[in-house]
Design a protein around this ligand. Sequence first.
Ligand code: NAD
Length: 549
Amino acid sequence: MNTQHRVIRAPRGAELTCKNWVTEAAYRMIQNNLDPEVAERPEDLVVYGGIGKAARNWESFDKILACLRDLEEDQTLMVQSGKPVGVLRSHKHAPRVLIANSNLVGKWANWEHFRELEAKGLMMYGQMTAGSWIYIGSQGIVQGTYETYLSLADKHYGGTLKGTLNVTAGLGGMGGAQPLAITMNEGVCLAAEMEEWRILKRIETRYLDEWTSDIDKAIDRSLEAKANGERVSIGVCCNVVDLLQRLIDRNITPDTLTDQTSAHDALIGYFPEGLSVAEANTLREADPKEYESRSLDTMAKHVRQMLELQQRGAITFDYGNNLRGQAHDKRGVTNAFDFPGFVPAYIRPLFCEGKGPFRWVALSGDPEDIYTTDKALMELFPDNKGLHRWLHMARERIAFQGLPARICWLGMGDREKAGLLFNELVRTGKVKAPIVIGRDHLDTGSVASPNRETEAMKDGSDAVADWPILNALINTAGGASWVSFHHGGGVGMGYSLHAGMVIVADGTQDAEERLRRVLHNDPAMGVIRHADAGYEEAIDTANKYGLNI
Ligand code: NAD
């Protein structure tokens, strides 16, 4: 309903608009989430992941900024589904902002009820890092996707995807990282995407190399590239089911197969087959029920095609969008879960070491500050070859979007060391302004999501959501700069509950104390969660770091 076309960009430099750096960080990061370089549809406050928003509406957005400008060091701003609802008394080590987004009581935790509330202006969808103000553009997911494909390559192809054909779909905010992550692992990527503007955006940011609208041409080009051992990504502008059908008909089996359309949201995030983008948009407006029903039919076909290609030998996995859940629950594809999710297949061993998507942003806006942190991290961890390789490639291949940022997967112990190092860089003036540190909600100890992060837990505790709540509580107690608790991120309403934290390194002694607590406790919750579920690797990690479990 919004007609405003405002261009939002975070302030840069070392001068404060707010009363201290902790609040200033929140002030800059909510705006950074809506930077046109960062957000998918900033005019609608949509950051990524279907309708994941930074604030409920423009009025709320403006009020949040106004509150942050005035916020004192002993106050905390309360945000309810993207709307600021009050400023309360706290203390200097407490979070400056507490955020709850999209949470619904279990029986009502579905899209239908959410949409009713949203239409009344009572709620917004926060996704994971959209409503918690620590989204850093497609690069945020590049490292996670790179790790997933690297882990797959280690398991099946001796550590490289060279000479393999990797098929996927969805080149949106998150999915757009897939082609780059695959070529970083030296493979060929063939990705279907319905919307031409998304493809062009990925080409522009160098995440995607080539594209065409001709399915056969795209397939031929990728086969040629596979034969030549090229590292190249090819986008094809079409519905994913048309690409997969053509592969099946031509008897071509990809080496790996996954998908990152926004299947978690059948109305907004997925295109039914047989319609152009314009036709689909018209139908969505005119008859949302019919649209949703056709979307789900297409998803059922999509999953069946993936199962067929899996049968033929493709290494097939779900990439965290609940495609299998939709086909299974809404269209009775009973064997939808015959292909695994990416977490149990490739990520859980990392979670057991407290590893996850650690990220940081230079509030100065100066890319040199990130290069300084890169260099300092490599010196801090001289033996971590994977980290060095990643940081070199990231510098070479990743274009910054919005405020310069970096991501790398760090585990228990190392996150705390990195945080203290950054605080020291700020204190000694080696970077030009404070550094803000955060992570995805998709992390070791912060999420309950039975079709994704907690799929197939060893003890069957997939749906136990006490863990992310404890995570949010301990991060609040430890003094994170802002803490968030959301519902429905990644996989949609009813399927996940998850917590976020962000902490500012402003070079002060106070920050150092908070960093020591928060960057210890946050990954520790992940190690404890996995140790409690019986994972040996997590128990070993707990012993190694002397965690009292
Ligand atoms: P997005 O909404 O920005 O992009 C989805 C893209 O899929 C769009 O570009 C859309 O045009 C395309 N698409 C939809 N239906 C299609 C079809 N039938 N054929 C071809 N293209 C189609 O979403 P995003 O931020 O890229 O996230 C994608 C999904 O991945 C979401 O479900 C999200 O929750 C999930 N996700 C996964 C992870 C992870 O770590 N695996 C992390 C975050 C999000």
